[in-house]
Design a protein around this ligand. Structure first.
Ligand code: AMX
Length: 436
């Protein structure tokens, strides 16, 4: 069985040749133009960075190395006794562009479990935080502190060749992903169940199986399977979103993956980005408290208008790139549709009913370019139903997941020798001069 590193070693020369050819033949080819609206509009729409693992189409959604969500649900290996994609198989696909075998997936699971323990000083650091410190802040600080053990940084200090960058980067990325369950679960334990013992990592379990066990949900097969699907599907969403782009930017300075990914986590912690899944649930529960569970479409419509008229966004709707319902939302909805207990859940029913009404209201409101649900519209309510009710924690799960894609690109950026990122900025005066 070929290991992940051996597989990457085989794939990298082809990609390097592809980049060399692009540079040699097309360095001056124009592929788009920049309008003033792009400069003042958050760079929306500018094609400005390389990102290997996935590309987001505005209409059909994300593709991982060309594979759609239904495709990956068909071909990527699941956990023993499970049906949903596991993080290891998604990571393998993102990194190599290849579908791993069962044996390769299991080998990677074992490697991650073996490398998953936290250094004692990081445990102490996390334990010293007040329970009132937001779990995302704790996660970002914990990930940054793990850079104590960065192999990339150590090798850089000693003086390594540029061609060796990616191998140390890969080692760091694997070590970081391996440690995320113990780190994220420790934060959960400290904040919500202080004093409860944390079990040791089970070397025979997959990454998310271990994560679920450490969170205290190991016996809940449905929740564990949901977490597997959730974490695989949130793994990557091309490069321009705020968290992925942050990791890319910080990593481009040759900062190690721990520092790059902790920065990304702080971008993910914003309510317009990853924090939206916490916000969705808060908003849906407030709706339930105000108008009840057994409500009409008309009542939901009125509630939506109240949210909009108070100047707030409807969380879980809209997207920077997507212009259709998010296929990740659809995949999570299908998970619900296949389980009677979820179909009966009042909060899941309310989310579904909201989806039936919200696009129409948002169209009438006329502001958002995409009136459809994004993945966050539904992701939290399943966690809630299965007993993971602390919604301030939900973005941490997103943060465990997004490491797969953001760290993959760091490996590729170093393998391809991509330079430090440095776009040009302009003042309004300078922009006006340019226009004249
Ligand atoms: N409710 C109300 N208004 C919305 C809206 C929503 N869900 N989505 C967008 N709008 C408004 C914007 O605030 C903006 O208003 P403005 O002109 O007064 O500033 C206008 O519509 C145009 O915005 P846009 O071009 O359609 O969206 P964007 O690319 O600027 O922003 C996003 C995208 C996701 C931040 C935005 O749709 C939003 O705030 N959604 C709600 C929060 C959310 O669900 N975020 C999660 C996104 C997915 C993720 O990262 N996890």
């Amino acid at each position: 069985t070929k290991s992940l590193k051996e597989t990457l070693q085989e794939v990298i020369p082809g990609k390097q040749a592809q980049l060399k050819k692009l540079k040699a033949e097309h360095a001056q080819t124009v592929v788009g133009d920049v309008k003033v609206e792009n400069i003042i509009g958050g760079m929306r729409g500018i094609k400005a960075m390389l990102w290997e693992a996935s590309v987001l189409d505005p209409n059909e959604g994300i593709r991982f190395h060309g594979l759609s969500i239904p495709d990956v649900q068909k071909v990527l290996p699941a956990a023993p006794g499970g049906k949903e994609i596991i993080a290891e198989s998604m990571l393998w696909l993102l990194l190599t562009g290849q579908v791993p075998t069962e044996a390769q997936t299991r080998q990677l699971s074992r490697e991650l479990a073996e490398k998953g323990d936290l250094p004692p000083f990081v445990e102490k650091l996390i334990d010293s935080f007040p329970a009132t410190l937001h779990p995302m802040t704790q996660l970002g600080m914990g990930v940054a502190a793990l850079n104590h053990d960065s192999l990339f940084q150590a090798a850089y200090e000693k003086g390594m060749k540029k061609t060796e960058y990616w191998t140390y980067m890969l080692d760091d990325c694997i070590n970081l992903i391996a440690r995320l369950p113990a780190l994220a679960a420790r934060i959960y334990r400290n904040v919500y169940n202080p004093g409860t013992p944390l079990p040791a990592l089970n070397k025979d379990l997959d990454l998310v199986g271990n994560y679920s066990t450490l969170l205290g949900f190991g016996d809940n097969h449905s929740l564990t399977e949901y977490l597997r699907l959730y974490i695989a599907l949130h793994g990557d969403h091309e490069g321009g979103n705020a968290s992925a782009h942050t990791a890319h930017l910080v990593g481009s300075t040759l900062s190690d993956p721990y520092l790059a990914y902790s920065s990304a986590l702080f971008a993910l912690a914003g309510p317009l980005h990853g924090l939206a899944n916490q916000e969705v649930l808060r908003w849906q529960l407030a709706m339930q408290a105000e108008i009840g569970s057994d409500v009409s479409h008309e009542q939901i419509k009125e509630y939506l208008w109240r949210t909009l008229k108070s100047g707030q966004v409807v969380p879980g709707y809209g997207h920077g790139v997507l212009r259709n319902p998010d296929p990740r939302f659809t995949a999570l909805q299908e998970f619900c549709d296949a389980r009677p207990e979820l179909q009966e859940s009042s909060i899941i029913q309310l989310v579904k009913k909201t989806y039936e009404v919200a696009p129409g209201v948002l169209k009438e409101h006329g502001k958002t370019k995409n009136p459809y649900p994004n993945v966050d519209a539904t992701s939290g309510c399943v966690l809630y139903h299965y007993g993971l009710k602390e919604f301030k924690y939900y973005t941490v799960i997103f943060g465990v997941s997004r490491a797969l894609g953001a760290l993959t690109q760091l490996v590729w950026s170093r393998a391809l020798g991509l330079p430090i990122e440095r776009p040009k900025s302009l003042s309004m005066d300078a922009l006006e001069k340019l226009i004249k």
